[in-house]
Design a protein around this ligand. Structure first.
Ligand code: NAD
Length: 377
């Protein structure tokens, strides 16, 4: 097999980035598409030159090796299970699911079917993030004790204000900005720092969104088992193009990273192999501010998954790691509900007893409403 034949489920906003990212990759061919919205399906399929199917069953019988799933979060579990049963390999968009139990069902179904399964967490595949992981592993900044990270993406207010769109709802989205964007940061930070011990979270709404919609802003303070303390700032309503920043301080140096910079990383390190000593330097890294970094990271992510299929190897980014990202989302929400610091052990007790879906209930009442006091201009 020289290339992987992919089908797609869901022809919404994120498809464009995957399409652009893999455009020049000879190991990936997108063949077929399925979407419950036939009008959208036909429009997108025509433009992307894909065969269309009007049922999931027929789509799964098409001549494909793997499926890229890009549907609302509450559907991830059921669709992954159904695709796994058809024997196709699966790459499914983040967040893995809305609860830990759904993640477990997805892991069990894909293991039983013996198919490759990876969550499309593009932050694991950004060259800037891979560079950070590499120099941390090589001890360039020593033991990390402090940091902060920010993800800000301007999302059309309609997505918050329209109660009928699935985005940012508790039931279909699994929550607001913490579930939708926070999961990127949590998965990335876990990769660099290991497991989270405890969290303190505040949720806020700067737009007057209906009660079925989650927070559009959040701050989470995370303490890792390693002892590192990190602030995570999230917003979906900041008026700038989507961007990300991470700043990490260790016993041997500092890394500053900002996706809005042309050259996204600055390092200060006392490591003997550091390019420059005693001052910040910017290594050359493949990058471009939005929309470039979406396209670049999704291109690498899809290429890596295709490589795993072609070379019959298990993805290094495991579904269990993706599940840990969902666990930090739920831990953050649990803290907001309790109004205090909560530990991962407390969340695990809920997981073993009432179930983690209970964490998503009644979050609206603990979300601070700021919109009444401010004027959007
Ligand atoms: N990695 C990133 O940076 C990034 C960016 C945007 C979105 N995403 C993720 O991609 C996924 C999709 O997001 P989106 O913004 O494209 O959403 P979207 O609402 O634009 O598109 C979702 C599509 O799924 C279709 N759909 C709904 N129910 C379906 C069903 N039962 N069967 C088949 N199709 C169905 C809808 O008709 C729609 O076309 C989400 O998991 C989201 O978090 C990731």
């Amino acid at each position: 097999m020289d290339y992987v034949k992919f089908g797609i489920i869901g022809t919404g906003a994120v498809w464009g980035f995957h399409k652009l990212g893999s455009k020049k990759n000879p190991k990936i061919k997108f063949i077929s598409a399925y979407d419950i919205d036939e009008r959208k399906l036909n429009r997108v399929a025509k433009y992307s030159k894909l065969e269309t199917y009007s049922t999931l069953d027929d789509f799964l019988k098409s001549d494909i090796d793997a499926v890229l799933i890009m549907v609302p979060h509450y559907l991830h579990r059921d669709i992954v299970v159904e695709v796994a049963e058809s024997g196709k390999h699966i790459i499914c968009e983040k967040p893995m699911a809305t609860t830990l139990e759904e993640c477990d069902d997805m892991i069990a179904a894909t293991k039983k079917a013996g198919v490759k399964f990876m969550i499309a967490e593009n932050h694991r595949f950004l060259p800037a993030h891979q560079f950070m992981k590499d120099i941390i592993d090589r001890d360039y900044i020593g033991e990390i004790f402090l940091g902060r990270t920010y993800e800000g993406a301007y999302v059309s207010p309609d997505q918050f204000l329209d109660p009928n769109s699935w985005n940012f709802t508790y039931d279909k989205g699994g929550g607001g900005v913490v579930a939708d964007q926070g999961v990127h940061k949590f998965t990335f930070l876990n990769w660099l720092l290991g497991d989270v011990d405890s969290a303190q979270c505040w949720l806020g709404k700067a737009t007057s969104s209906p009660p079925n919609k989650g927070e559009d802003n959040a701050i989470i303070l995370l303490r890792y088992k390693s002892g590192a303390m990190i602030t995570v700032d999230l917003t979906s309503v900041s008026i700038h193009l989507p961007t990300n920043r991470t700043e990490l301080h260790g016993t041997r140096g500092t890394i500053l990273e900002d996706h809005s910079w042309e050259n996204p990383i600055r390092v200060l390190s006392s490591h003997p192999d550091a390019e420059v000593k005693g001052e910040f330097y910017s290594p050359s890294i493949e990058h471009g501010p939005f929309p470039q970094y979406y396209k670049i990271s999704m291109g690498y992510e899809d290429a890596y998954f295709a490589e795993c299929i072609l070379e019959d190897k298990e993805p290094e980014f495991t579904p269990e790691q993706a599940k840990q990202g969902v666990a930090v989302v739920l831990l953050s929400y649990l803290s907001a509900k309790k109004g205090r610091i909560t530990t991962m052990d407390e969340l695990m007790k809920i997981y073993k007893t009432t179930g983690t879906k209970s964490v998503l209930k009644d979050l609206e009442s603990v979300t601070q409403k700021n919109y009444g006091k401010m004027q959007w201009k």
